[in-house]
Design a protein around this ligand. Structure first.
Ligand code: 5RP
Length: 218
């Protein structure tokens, strides 16, 4: 199977994790898009959705799926989203699509986080995929210098602006052996809005599309 076929396979399997008559959170990216397309077939079974990006909101609306403002929502039963990497403890790197901040907010509000990915995303140590960091534009150079001190090689995602009006630094050369500690350390740098480590709030379940069917890690 191609990576895209594995993403489609896992997106369909994730429908089982949708809690009927509740509000569900929806991630961003190609795997999340396959999930949205699958969700359209059972849209009458849910109360509505909260979107983690403008692009996701548009895709949901194009299927006639209601999108709600998260500020008016007390509880999200389950959050479904992809990832760029996951380790075996379900600590993730996310933000390849630049939506990490809103993704982290929706994940924080959600009771359960179900991550969906093709099996190439499972790694022993996080960091081969450059870690995205959303930064206030005027702090870009300062934050980049601090990241170099931590051993990373930050690269400005030139020409890209997040839904929140900020910039992204993609940090190469990392081997993240203590994701919870490193996530907190990065958050302490002035000017950092969010980093793409989802370790403090990790996934609760990881579904992996593979040649042998969907594998479940929890
Ligand atoms: C977007 C994300 C995505 O979940 C991540 O980039 C994976 O994308 P894809 O499903 O296209 O492989 O974090 O900000």
């Amino acid at each position: 199977m191609t990576p895209d076929e594995k993403k489609q396979q896992v997106a369909k399997a994730a429908l089982e994790y949708v809690v009927e008559d509740t509000i569900i959170g929806i991630g961003t990216g190609s795997t999340a898009n396959y999930f949205i397309d699958a969700l359209a077939s059972i849209k009458h079974k849910i109360e509505g959705t909260v979107a983690s990006s403008n692009a996701t909101a548009e895709r949901l609306k194009s299927h006639g799926i209601p999108v709600l403002d998260i500020n008016g929502v007390d509880e999200i039963s389950v959050y479904l989203d992809g990832a760029d990497e996951s380790n075996r403890y379900l600590h993730l790197i996310k933000g390849g699509g630049g939506a990490l901040t809103r993704e982290k907010i929706v994940a924080a509000v959600s009771k359960r986080f179900v991550c969906i990915a093709d099996d190439s995303k499972l790694v022993d140590v996080l960091g081969k995929f450059p870690l995205p960091i959303e930064v206030i534009p005027m702090a870009r150079s300062y934050v980049a210098r601090q990241l170099v001190k931590l051993g990373g090689k930050p690269v400005w995602r030139d020409g890209f602006t997040t839904d929140n009006g900020n910039v992204i630094l993609d940090v190469h050369n990392l081997q993240i052996t203590e994701p919870v500690k490193f996530e907190k350390e990065l958050n302490e740098i002035t000017g950092v809005v969010t980093n793409g480590l989802f370790a403090t709030r990790r996934a609760d379940v990881l579904l992996l599309g593979s040649d042998d069917g969907v594998k479940v890690l929890d």
